[in-house]
Design a binder for this molecule. Structure first.
Ligand code: ZN
Length: 681
């Protein structure tokens, strides 16, 4: 799931791609003098037109113009000829442009779905030709083409790009039409040479591969008594599976904490890179992660380290992304492009919000409750404490029986969607309309939702259904995906203009998916009368936010450090990451956990393969929580329709219009107070 999100995010911040033959053809070709003269000429020719808009449009179009596009004089002539000064003329052109873009975007999406059909759907054995078509991207050059035929410049000149700051301040008073114009301006925000985007794709794919092959053979780990603690065939991927193993061991009262300690010791060896290369992705050697000795057939073998390969991956990503800085005049660093560009929340704003949560009094309160439940002091790996999960009082068999009977195949789920929507409060006719826009298909892997990109297209809900019918786990995921599809349908069909379709960022679609998912029993006509359920859910979310915000803090500080030390070696970066992770720990966790200088926050694999993505998870939790709180006591369907019809504003403006306040820690902090008080009783 996060791979798809990361890919979409990458597209958003990379802007457009171009592939022209000679590298000097790709340098900006219009100097400040030419831009100033062109602005003056246009302002004189159209005295009634908005002078600021002319200036903005010409400056932006000029920043995208390359030698291959024509001479400076040709640029000026182009601007004179293609500027629409009259507002009705501009509106007419906009309506045509949005329709053309919908045609391009919609059909390319549909083509991509068609070409991926056999690799994503459960359609029998795969042939080599299926994989070839799946990796073919027919849309790879469309932006390039729109520069060549100058359409991109018509858009950049008349519908210029607005920075996040401008969108936040001016956008408060914008009409839907002005928002539509601004979102059209985002399409051609920057022009990055194709070789740079291709290079980043390769470097990033290598980092992904590095992580995907970083398995730990748990059966080969031994303690100081030379005893294994884990099953001989257990293989865990760094760091996700290692973390999940720590989580699952809270249920093992006898050996659980010894196993958790050992997993944490392995993590520390990965972070400081003292892990022997012989034990990465191999079970050939026995390894004691405490003494760091390895052996084979009772004989000790000399260990070799991986020479900071982990940190080299981060440096490779940094260099590939930093090379694009000069082609992004509006957002000169990857940090800005990721936050102000991709997420549309500025990095300093993110840090202030995270600092407030991490420093809150509630953190100590909830930690106190965890200590009480564990009957011991906290250990660093308790950032993954798993004991707030509400256990269902309905047995797994009963749930499976019910979903298997209801949904023997995808069509049965599809046919039931109007009823499900009515159960959630939608009127019959509207429920039928929404459901008619969603097709359910059998997935090869786990479930996913694919949104329509034009009005004349359906969304796809892909779900995995065994021969015996849909089990409860599959059903629970399918309801999550159903939430995505409902969002995708409302945000396409009910927003004012096509260029505004969708949600501000991925956290907003995840929010509705989780809101649907949490109502899955209600949709089955069952309920689970556990009085503690809501309180437990609050505490579980609270503790997840506490963990992920700290990890995100490390990620952000590391990127700031990289920009301050662009020539750093992998060894220097390793030292910096260790220092930063200890600083963040000492500031926000040491006062709660009691121990200092822990490095656990630096273990996340996202840091290696998904640069700066981690913050998105925290926003997902906060937004989900705020919308859930807002929906309490209201007409669910009416509110969901109203909120998701707002269109793609910035996240903060969207939230203000949706729930009345910006993205905030307050609702979850207050709810945590209530939950702690409830369990103290
Ligand atoms: Zn989702």
């Amino acid at each position: 799931m996060y791979k798809l999100i990361a890919f979409l995010l990458m597209l958003a911040f990379l802007g457009c791609q171009t592939s022209q033959p000679q590298s000097n053809d790709q340098e900006p070709n219009v100097d400040a003098q030419v831009i100033a003269t062109t602005i003056k000429q246009l302002q004189e020719s159209f005295p009634g037109a908005d002078a600021t808009l002319i200036q903005k449009g010409v400056t932006h179009a000029g920043s995208l113009w390359r030698a291959a596009d024509g001479t400076a004089k040709e640029f000026s002539q182009f601007c004179m000829k293609n500027y629409f000064s009259a507002s009705d003329e501009k509106k007419n052109i906009y309506l045509k442009l949005e329709q053309y873009l919908e045609t391009i975007n919609g059909h390319f999406t549909l083509m991509g779905i068609g070409l991926n059909k056999n690799v994503t759907l459960n359609n029998g054995p795969l042939a080599e030709v299926d994989k070839l078509f799946a990796s073919y991207n027919a849309a790879a050059h469309w932006m390039d083409d729109l520069y060549k035929n100058k359409i991109a410049f018509v858009i950049a000149l008349n519908f210029p790009y607005y920075s996040l700051n401008e969108k936040e301040s001016l956008g408060q008073n914008w009409s839907a039409e002005e928002w539509g114009y601004a979102r059209l301006g985002d399409v051609f925000a920057a022009r990055v040479p194709a070789e740079l985007t291709q290079n980043y794709s390769k470097v990033n794919a290598d980092a992904d591969l590095y992580i995907s092959e970083y398995n730990i053979f748990m059966g080969s780990l031994v303690n100081d008594q030379n005893q294994p603690l884990f099953p001989s065939d257990m293989v865990l991927l760094t760091h996700w599976n290692l973390r999940d193993e720590i989580k699952s061991n809270y249920a093992d009262a006898r050996k659980g904490s010894e196993k958790q300690e050992m997993v944490y010791q392995v993590m520390k060896r990965i972070i400081d890179q003292t892990i022997p290369t012989q034990v990465i992705n191999s079970g050939m050697y026995q390894w004691n992660p405490y003494s760091n000795k390895i052996s084979k057939d009772q004989q000790e073998v000399a260990a070799t380290d991986e020479k900071d390969a982990r940190y080299q991956q981060i440096i490779n990503n940094f260099k590939a992304l930093q090379a694009m800085d000069v082609y992004n005049p509006a957002m000169k660093t990857y940090i800005e492009r990721n936050f102000s560009g991709g997420m549309e929340i500025s990095q300093p704003e993110v840090e202030i919000l995270f600092d407030e949560f991490l420093s809150s009094l509630q953190v100590k309160e909830v930690a106190g409750l965890i200590k009480q439940r564990l009957g011991r002091e906290l250990r660093p790996y308790d950032i993954w404490y798993d004991g707030f999960k509400a256990r269902s009082s309905i047995s797994a068999e009963v749930l499976d029986q019910k979903t298997q009977a209801n949904y023997p195949d995808p069509k049965a789920f599809e046919a039931d969607m109007p009823r499900m929507l009515q159960t959630l409060g939608w009127e019959k006719e509207r429920a039928q309309f929404l459901a008619s826009k969603i097709t359910v298909e059998p997935a090869r892997g786990s479930g996913h939702a694919l949104g329509a990109e034009m009005h004349d297209m359906k969304s796809y809900l892909r779900t995995r259904i065994p021969e015996t019918g849909m089990n409860y786990k599959g059903y629970n995921i399918a309801v999550h995906e159903f939430g995505h599809n409902v969002e995708q349908t409302i945000t396409l069909h009910n927003v004012p203009y096509y260029t505004m379709h969708g949600v501000p960022n991925t956290a907003f679609t995840e929010a509705l998916a989780f809101i649907f998912q949490s109502r899955d029993l209600k949709l089955l006509g069952m309920n689970d009368p556990d009085p503690d359920k809501d309180y437990l859910k609050t505490l579980d979310t609270f503790w997840s936010i506490y963990e992920i915000m700290g990890v995100s803090m490390v990620d952000m500080q590391v990127w700031k450090w990289l920009y301050e030390h662009p020539e750093a070696t992998a060894a220097e970066l390793r030292e910096a990451v260790i220092t930063i992770s200890k600083e963040v720990w000492n500031k926000y966790y040491a006062p709660v956990f009691g121990s200092s200088d822990e490095t656990v926050l630096a273990i996340y694999s996202h840091m290696i393969a998904y640069p700066l993505y981690l913050s998105a998870y925290s926003f997902g939790h906060l937004i989900d929580f705020q919308i859930e709180q807002h929906l309490k006591g209201k007409n669910f369907a009416v509110e969901v329709e109203r909120i998701y019809s707002l269109g793609r504003l910035t996240p903060q403006l969207w939230m203000q219009k949706a729930v009345g306040v910006k993205i905030s820690n307050q609702p979850i902090l207050l709810a945590a107070d209530e939950a702690v008080a409830h369990f103290k009783k």
